[in-house]
Design a protein around this ligand. Structure first.
Ligand code: PAF
Length: 281
């Protein structure tokens, strides 16, 4: 497995693979890889002849008050995980390789990005769409892999691919959880011991919501209220949002029907965690 830092090196390698008629999968990441990322790489290795994993903590998707500087990084560990999973190449650029001096082009989406995480993190999805577009142009993969834990991101990327005519199949992969149900995330490493214990409330509350729906509840407000109340039983939990939206339009729904996303964002101490489930009725 190679580790390269420049756009030119990636392009040269992908061109060589293409000449041999090989297919290419891309797993975009910000590093500090865990089993959630591994499941994306595993899927990519299954579907493609060669797999590129990008490891880049993208500065344009962080607001000045967010955790860009403290975001965990460990390339050596990431490289070992990628190699064991069967990836062919890690693209690990410096910020200046992705955003040269005077960089000024951004990809902004006018729907889907103003709600849920976009409300609290107004520049986030512009940064995500910009860097993912750049990675798509650099790697030109046949397929790209994203986790359902970031369900809004997955929907935004799918929409962008359609809008901008990228000839790339977007593959969504299921959420990978810790034994107690907490969704795996690089940010879980921020949690202190007591916070980690209380963080389990996100998945527990969502499970209760799901159970209510299975028992026949169809009123979105009732389900959201039950989820909110469950989360509020934990003293360190501070709710950012609990929302139920149509999974295509991201508009709020009052009556549960069709394909909908139930998503939560909760601060546990200072750490903001997200989780969700998607259901079709
Ligand atoms: O999900 C992430 O880790 C990031 O948002 C992504 C897609 C790698 C873009 O920086």
């Amino acid at each position: 497995m190679q580790i390269v830092n420049t756009v030119e090196e990636v392009r040269r390698q992908v061109k060589a693979w293409r000449k041999e008629g090989l297919s290419v999968g891309l797993v975009p990441t910000m590093g500090y890889l865990h089993e959630g990322h591994k499941s994306l790489i595993d899927a990519a290795v299954r579907d493609n002849d060669r797999v590129v994993v990008s490891v880049f903590v993208n500065p344009t998707q962080f607001a000045p008050n967010e955790d860009l500087e403290s975001y965990p990084r460990d390339l050596e560990r990431d490289a070992a995980l990628c190699e064991a999973a069967g990836a062919s190449l890690i693209f690990h650029p410096e910020p200046s390789e992705m955003y040269h001096e005077g960089y000024s082009t951004f990809v902004d989406m006018r729907t889907l990005t103003q709600v849920l995480c976009g409300k609290t993190r107004p520049i986030h999805f512009s940064g995500v769409c910009t860097v993912v577009s750049k990675l798509f142009h650099i790697v030109t993969p046949d397929r790209a892999y994203f986790g359902q834990k970031d369900a809004q991101q997955l929907a935004v990327i799918r929409h962008m691919v359609e809008d901008l005519n990228f000839d790339i199949e977007i593959v969504g992969c299921p959420i990978i959880r810790e034994e107690d149900g907490l969704a795996k995330s690089s940010r879980n490493t921020y949690l202190k011991e007591e916070e980690r214990k209380q963080a389990v409330i996100l998945s527990q509350a969502l499970k209760e919501g799901q159970e209510l729906i299975r028992q026949g509840e169809r009123n979105a407000e009732t389900v959201k209220k039950a989820i909110r109340e469950k989360i509020e039983t934990m003293p360190l939990a501070n709710i950012d949002y609990v929302e139920i939206v149509n999974f295509k339009t991201f508009e709020n729904i009052t009556e549960l029907q069709g394909e909908f996303l139930t998503a939560v964002a909760v601060y546990i101490g200072k750490t903001r965690l997200i989780d969700n489930f998607i259901m079709t009725l």
